[in-house]
Design a protein around this ligand. Structure first.
Ligand code: GLA
Ligand code: ZN
Length: 700
């Protein structure tokens, strides 16, 4: 939004001063729901896929649906620069003009996720080199090497040409850099040389690097920087599998490389369009890149949400988790850049969303802090790899059921908009999420089936079933404002983190840690300490030994009063309570009788819990969640029945409780009485029945 619109923005800025104040120093550009601008709702649109005489119909149908935003051009490099240095934006100007006539804003994607054929032909070194030393064959997307000087220069140049060209186009309001950075590794000589330089900058000397990687093992010491190779972290290749410390640094390096690529484009876009937002479409729980680093340079985070694949409707708590991860990256609201619009798939497509699901999926994100919704895609493409990735419109281009459901959603969102402004999820509970640990456990899970996300989901799902909102934060976040912090599977535990968690408990926090806590340092080397290392005093336990449980073995677990029993699978710590009290143990295994399965310790003003096994039953995590919430004094506003999710946004003196029925049968929820339900305009009685895939929004 530019030129004449600036005046409006300035006026609105003053009006919305309270929003700005609530967000401290956050600028308008950094807010999805920016002052003076409506909530952004719309579709990913590809005018280049359709005849010009269809554009007008598309724009009109979008407007009629209540849409006001499209994302454009993120794969259209060849159409904008058909030959090197010759830019053609006329077609895009025309498309944007048609959209503008229907009051539709534009987010432009820089097109560097697909290189034109001429780039590959003229600069073959821009093509990524695979681990076997051969180059990828041009013909799809995400082909590029991120260290190639030519590719970086060409990418910056097209981004700059676009930004300069569209700087004065009033309805262009923001930018998406590239598309879904994916953590592709390139094994070319120039990437290797960059890796060596990156290590030199990180470690200073080869001695230090050899120590950090433990290269005295297997005689892997380097004597010159040039000897360093790219570690192989593919787990299916026995004997060539790289050193875990080297693998971890390689992962960090890949993030650094792609963040640099993003920054180079963000810089030229910002220089030409300082009022526009700059973002990128992340992928939720995708874990090949450190999203905290990738998000640092963005004005706000957007992400692509595809929760429906195949089978029957299930309860998509993982989408809520992904949303909470996304909100946590900048600890601010985010936006959906690609939202499920129909059956998804490239070779085979999955389940068509049943009536109500498209709307419910969008509400789930709204409830977790999404301030804008863009469906992928407008119309199902008749050509190319994504012929079966369905849009709101089918191949026939008619505005049918999926279109109507998205339109209804858009119109409802716009009605809620004034209540939503200045609100976000405010959680008393946090779970620590950390890419070093994600990566480290992906090279060496320790026990079969172990992964950071699997561990987090056990607790997150239980907290969600309990109706409690959760913040997902990284290990550097300020934890002091949370009543309950969970740090599942934090095997990489730098001393600094352990000290912080210790202080957190001492000062009155409630902590939950579990299996493999504190095994390693940030170099991915094991600490020379009895587990759980520096957290031993806070947790009040020691763990001298531990065991994997194969798929054929399990232990019975019982609470100390024998009131409840569960099953330990996969893994068990041999936990010796010191100051801690055993809450549950192993009554049936003679060799496990001295050890606890669950402990609770009072430490300073706080409490620290430890779970030394993986439980098979959800019931265990539900019981544990109850105990933890009680200790932390956290009370859910409602107790949703299974299948109904509750999430609350608050701010500006308002509390909006979203209730989403993920099942295809009606569900009744006990709710606070006499509160407005904003979608129906009625007041609540003591309970509320939510239709299949239905949603209710209560103002508390
Ligand atoms: C991703 C991409 C889109 C599109 C969809 C569907 O999320 O960002 O360009 O390819 O998947 O495949
Ligand atoms: Zn390369």
């Amino acid at each position: 939004m530019k030129s004449n619109a600036v005046v409006t923005i300035v006026a609105c800025l003053a009006m919305a001063a309270s929003v700005v104040r609530a967000n401290d120093s956050i600028q308008a550009r950094e807010q999805v729901l920016a002052p003076g601008r409506p909530m952004l709702i719309g579709v990913d649109y590809y005018p280049e896929h359709w005849p010009r005489d269809r554009w007008e119909t598309d724009a009109r149908l979008m407007k009629e649906a209540g849409f006001n935003t499209v994302r454009l051009a993120e794969f259209a490099w060849i159409d904008m620069e058909p030959n090197e240095g010759r830019f053609e934006f006329g077609w895009l100007d025309d498309a944007i003009e048609v959209l503008a006539k229907h009051d539709i804003y534009v987010i432009l994607g820089t097109p560097t996720a697909v290189m034109p054929a001429w780039v590959a032909r003229k600069y073959p070194e821009t093509l990524r080199t695979k681990a076997d030393g051969t180059r990828v064959v041009w013909g799809g997307r995400k082909h590029n090497c991120y260290s190639s000087g030519a590719y970086r220069m060409l990418s910056q140049r097209i981004a700059q040409a676009m930004a300069e060209h569209f700087a004065k186009t009033p309805n262009v309001i923001g930018w998406q850099i590239d598309n879904e950075f994916g953590g592709e590794a390139c094994h070319c000589g120039s990437c290797l040389a960059e890796f060596q330089d990156w290590l030199k900058a990180r470690y200073g000397s080869l001695d230090e690097l050899n120590r950090a990687w433990g290269n005295h093992f297997w005689g892997l010491k380097f004597t010159t920087w040039g000897e360093i190779t790219i570690p192989d972290y593919a787990t299916d290749r026995e004997w060539v599998m790289g050193n875990p410390s080297a693998c971890l640094d390689w992962k960090r390096f890949i993030t650094w490389q792609q963040a640099r690529f993003q920054a180079e484009q963000a810089e030229v876009v910002r220089a030409a369009c300082p009022e526009d937002f700059v973002t990128h479409n992340l992928m939720g729980l995708f874990s090949s890149l450190d999203y905290y680093d990738m998000a640092a340079d963005l004005d706000f985070v957007t992400w692509d949400n595809y929760p429906i694949w195949s089978g029957k409707p299930d309860i998509p708590y993982d989408s809520s988790l992904a949303a909470d991860v996304m909100r946590g990256l900048k600890q601010r609201n985010f936006m959906i850049m690609e939202q499920t619009a129909g059956p998804c798939g490239w070779e085979s497509f999955g389940r068509n969303p049943w009536p109500g699901e498209i709307r419910k999926i969008a509400y789930q994100q709204l409830a977790h802090g999404s301030d804008g919704q863009i469906w992928f895609r407008w119309r199902t493409c008749t050509v190319g790899r994504e012929q079966y990735w369905h849009g709101l419109l089918g191949h026939d281009g008619k505005p049918l059921r999926r279109y109507r459901e998205a339109a209804q959603t858009a119109q409802e969102f716009r009605k809620l908009e004034s209540r939503l402004r200045g609100t976000t999820v405010v959680a008393d509970v946090a779970i620590v999420y950390d890419y070093d640990n994600l990566w480290s456990l992906s090279f060496q899970p320790g026990f079969a089936g172990n992964s950071l996300q699997a561990a987090i989901k056990r607790y997150y799902h239980a907290l969600t079933r309990a109706g409690v909102n959760v913040d997902i934060v990284n290990r550097r976040a300020d934890l002091s404002r949370y009543k309950l912090v969970l740090t599942p599977d934090l095997s990489i535990m730098p001393d600094e983190t352990a000290r912080k968690l210790d202080a957190y408990v001492k000062n009155g926090g409630v902590l939950l840690a579990d299996c493999r806590t504190g095994v390693k340092d940030e170099r991915n080397l094991c600490h020379e300490r009895t587990l759980p290392g520096l957290l031993s005093p806070a947790l009040g336990i020691t763990i001298e030994e531990y065991t994997s449980l194969g798929s054929d073995s399990w232990y019975k677990v019982a609470t100390s009063d024998a009131g409840s029993t569960y099953t330990a699978i996969q893994y068990a710590d041999w936990v010796t309570p010191q100051a801690a009290k055993a809450i549950a143990g192993y009554p049936d295994q003679w060799h496990m009788k001295p050890f606890a399965a669950v402990t609770r310790n009072e430490y300073g003003k706080g409490k620290a819990w430890y779970v030394g096994m993986v439980a098979k039953e959800d019931a265990f995590y539900d019981d544990l969640t109850r105990w933890l919430l009680e200790d932390a004094g956290v009370k859910p506003v409602v107790h949703p029945p299974l299948g109904v999710e509750a999430s609350m946004r608050q701010g500006q003196g308002r509390k909006l409780l979203f209730l989403m029925n993920h099942t295809d049968e009606p569900k009744t929820v006990a709710v606070p009485q006499g509160r407005p339900e904003l979608l129906s305009g009625t007041k609540t009685a003591e309970s509320l029945t939510i239709d299949r895939f239905g949603v209710a929004v209560l103002e508390l």
